[in-house]
Design a protein around this ligand. Structure first.
Ligand SMILES: NC(=O)c1ccc[n+]([C@@H]2O[C@H](COP(=O)([O-])OP(=O)(O)OC[C@H]3O[C@@H](n4cnc5c(N)ncnc54)[C@H](OP(=O)(O)O)[C@@H]3O)[C@@H](O)[C@H]2O)c1
Length: 286
């Protein structure tokens, strides 16, 4: 083995705008350090008009891959060579992976969520109520369908987005039941529900006291309640669910697990999720 010094680091990144508040660098670089990898994860602001050049730059500089966040998740598809199955179904990419000379688009948001859910239950055959029909809800809904969930009821404020997601799930994603319910007034969770998911942005910092319009008396201890909000992790929904005896999954679980999947795609290693979560908890508090 050569003892020649090597100052060249492997590069990964997130492209977004705004991006300064995105905490992914903290958890991914904690994993790189923990596993002894001389890799970097850069937080890079890329304007929509510069996306094509940014992807060309990443190719030219040999990036191992990069995450895409708002507003690039759909637009980046046009600049890639191929897509993984979930990314193709959703038409959105949050994780780009270099394989040889090709850039492949994956969607790991929903897979990260499912990894958290699987720590508590197998999604196969489960009945799910999901609030929201935006990017996070699409990612989670598609993975639930691919994992064999029996039913995903979509509750959303905007009818068009809700119906669109229901059609995707029962169409290309192949789930039997995905009824859409317009969100009007306090939603009562049906008693046979196994999993309740907040996939809206309600509760996200700084609006931390915002509460879902749900009849919380209908939450029962047999239900698992999950929130996608990573900041703060202990949302009102998570606190209420625990008070009512439900098992709860906070938004850090999804964030950490999609990070673990991204690091695996780029480096091939199985990163320790505890190290990544601890790094985020330092930023967000427990
Ligand atoms: N933990 C993680 O790893 C992770 C990953 C991805 C995203 N997220 C989080 O997921 C959340 C949603 O992100 P997204 O990309 O899906 O956003 P998005 O595409 O903008 O969708 C937002 C969703 O929230 C709903 N919504 C927002 N405010 C509402 C209100 N006051 N009342 C009722 N519904 C409301 C929207 O309903 P309408 O359709 O009616 O507008 C829509 O369904 C964000 O807070 C983000 O931080 C977390």
């Amino acid at each position: 083995m050569s003892n020649a010094p090597n100052f060249k680091q492997e590069l990964t990144a997130v492209f977004g705008m705004p991006v300064a508040e995105n905490p992914t660098q903290v958890m991914v670089e904690a994993a790189y350090r923990h596993h002894g990898l001389a890799w970097r994860y850069l937080t890079i602001e890329v304007a929509p008009a510069a996306l094509a050049d940014a992807v060309r730059g990443a190719r030219a500089m040999g990036f191992a891959g990069f995450n895409c966040t708002i507003p690039h998740k759909v637009a980046v598809v046009a600049h890639l060579d191929s897509l993984g199955e979930s990314a193709r179904l959703m038409g959105a990419v949050n994780c780009v992976v270099r394989r040889g000379t090709q850039l492949v688009g994956e969607n790991t948001d929903g897979k990260g969520f499912l990894a958290s859910l699987r720590e508590l239950t197998d999604p196969r055959g489960r009945r799910v109520v999901m609030f929201g029909a935006g990017g996070a809800a699409r990612a989670i809904g598609v993975e639930l369908a691919l994992a064999g969930a029996a039913s995903v009821t979509i509750v959303n404020r905007s009818e068009a987005r809700g119906r669109d997601l229901a059609a995707l799930l029962t169409g290309k994603a192949g789930i039997k039941e995905a009824p859409f319910v317009p969100w009007q007034g306090r939603f009562a969770i049906p008693a046979d529900t196994d999993v309740v998911i907040n996939a809206t942005s309600i509760g996200l910092y700084p609006d931390v006291d915002a509460e879902l319009e749900v009849d919380f008396a209908t939450l029962s201890p047999r239900m698992i309640v999950a929130d996608v909000i990573p900041n703060p992790p202990r949302t009102r929904l998570i606190r209420t669910a625990r008070e009512r005896g439900c098992r709860a999954i906070d938004g850090l679980g999804m964030l950490v697990n999609q990070g673990v999947i991204g690091v695996k795609h780029w480096t091939g290693i199985d990163a320790d999720p505890r190290v990544m979560r601890a790094a985020l908890e330092e930023v967000f508090g427990k």
